[in-house]
Design a protein around this ligand. Structure first.
Ligand code: GLU
Length: 467
């Protein structure tokens, strides 16, 4: 390994969604670059022109921005670099390390069949034929070594050996002159100065192919690290039935990006038993050699636990903004002053919330317009006796000067004592009157969040004689 400054990259192909596995790969590259004081780059592998629409590219940018994984340079677009890829092939042709293969489709079919029968890979007769036919269509193939082995010293998988006799001469340029995937990746990684290729282990075989291209170009081969897949909680390959797969779905489900970073960092890597850590800690601890080679399993309970932690740490205006977004998506109309109301309510309801969707459920009780619709169950509790008691409670509360949780708790307790009953005697009815069918925190919390005028108004609504 050389002592070049570390450069890592994520090289997603725009497909219309950013998979959670891509997010984890991006995170590991980002952490490793931060750990080593290196750079983290982004390359959009947009050579599939049908799929690489501007919208699909935007999904990647949005996903990276949401995750907070900023690249250290402008993104590189692979398709725009086709001339660079072709220039590398010219060099390989000039040095005799690639050749023009004029086999026709029919000839190739016959050779494939023969190779299959003989238990070997396809070999073109043009490999050792230096004559050129300027008018016939051709592909350019790498002149790969026929003997020996290609060794991948993978940082995660360990040593993986490929026998060169099993690797056919890779096509570098197609008949239409377009570069192939493995060629483009090698030229781009080399010219971007990438020192460490950290990616999904579905690319492990490509590492052998790509090594041969590096060697033919006399370029330094990068350090390889192939990450195991992310599996569903049941150990099967992650799929639709496991719930979310795309980064945007986790956003829609109310997970915070810092929670995702913390959680994803632990998928295949860890620092002892530490479950909760911030980016600085992760970057200082992260080493690619500590990634485990077995597939990691998505664990919703852990993710929820971590998300709850970051929800409890989040700054209130930001949390209010996130919850507002959820409420708007549910067509909840927000009156003037709703923001202040949210900022007062969220600290009271957030402790048990797993996601911002839970938070949105938790604040609904304060957002209801008066008069609050009371479910039959609550109406049934409002007997003559309870109405009288709640009315006396309203008087008691209206005399309160400080409207804080502690003083409200004390006031409710002293009221119950003065009535000679337990809080249970009127608690459920009071809660219903304040919140209707919505879920609400405990009584003092609910009164505090609603504020004094609104609390008393809701009590008044419920206790006024029906017209
Ligand atoms: N474009 C490839 C993918 O999205 C990644 C290639 C690489 O990381 O070398 O799977």
């Amino acid at each position: 390994m050389s002592d070049r400054p570390v450069v890592t990259r994520i090289a997603p192909s725009p497909t219309g969604a950013m998979h959670i596995g891509t997010a984890r790969t991006a995170l590991f590259n980002w952490l490793y670059a931060r750990h080593t004081g290196g750079k983290f780059l982004l390359r959009i592998e947009d050579t599939d022109r049908e799929r690489s629409t501007p919208e699909a590219v935007k999904v990647i940018f949005d996903g990276m921005a949401w995750l907070g994984l900023e690249a250290d340079a402008e993104p590189v677009f692979q398709f725009a670099r086709a001339d660079r890829h072709r220039a590398a092939v010219e060099q390989l042709l000039a040095t005799g390390r690639a050749y023009r293969d004029y086999m026709t489709v029919d000839e190739l079919t016959i050779e494939r069949e023969r190779a299959r029968e003989e238990g070997r890979v396809v070999r073109s007769p043009w490999r050792d034929n230096t004559s050129n036919d300027p008018d016939a269509p051709f592909v350019v193939r790498l002149k790969s070594p026929l003997e020996g082995e290609t060794l991948i010293e993978d940082q995660v998988k360990g040593s993986v050996r490929f026998l060169n006799k099993d690797l056919d001469d890779l096509i570098l340029l197609r008949t239409d002159g377009s570069p192939t995937y493995n060629l483009a990746v090698v030229v781009d990684d080399h010219e971007m100065g990438v020192t460490h290729v950290i990616r999904g282990d579905d690319h492990l075989n490509n590492a052998a192919r790509q090594t041969l291209i590096y060697q033919a170009m006399d370029w330094e081969v990068p350090v390889w690290a192939h990450l195991p897949l992310i599996h569903g909680p049941d150990g099967a390959k992650l799929s639709k039935r496991h719930g979310a797969q795309a980064v945007s779905e986790f956003d829609d489900m109310g997970y915070l990006p810092e929670a995702m970073r913390n959680y994803l960092a632990r998928l295949g890597w860890g620092h002892g038993d530490d479950e909760l850590f911030d980016d600085t800690q992760a970057a200082s601890w992260f080493d690619i050699t500590d990634v485990v080679s077995a597939p990691a399993r998505l664990d919703w309970a852990k993710l929820n636990h971590i998300n709850n932690h970051y929800i409890r740490l989040a700054e209130m205006p930001r949390l209010a903004g996130l919850v507002t977004r959820v409420l708007k998506s549910r067509d909840v109309s927000l009156h003037d002053g709703a923001e202040a109301l949210l900022e007062r309510t969220l600290p009271v309801v957030r402790d048990g919330a797993k996601t911002t969707l839970d938070l949105a459920d938790g604040v609904m009780f304060v957002l209801q317009a008066r008069p609050v619709t009371l479910p039959d169950k609550i109406l049934g509790l409002l007997t003559e006796e309870t109405r009288g008691r709640l009315s006396r409670l309203a008087d008691h509360l209206s005399g309160l000067e400080t409207w804080e949780i502690a003083s409200l708790e004390a006031a409710i307790r002293s009221f119950a004592e003065s009535e000679g009953v337990g809080i249970g005697k009127f608690g459920q009815a009071l809660r219903g009157v304040l919140a209707g069918a919505a879920s609400a925190p405990d009584l003092a919390g609910a009164l505090f969040c609603l504020g004094k005028p609104e609390s008393l108004a809701r009590l008044d609504d419920a206790l006024s004689p029906a017209v």
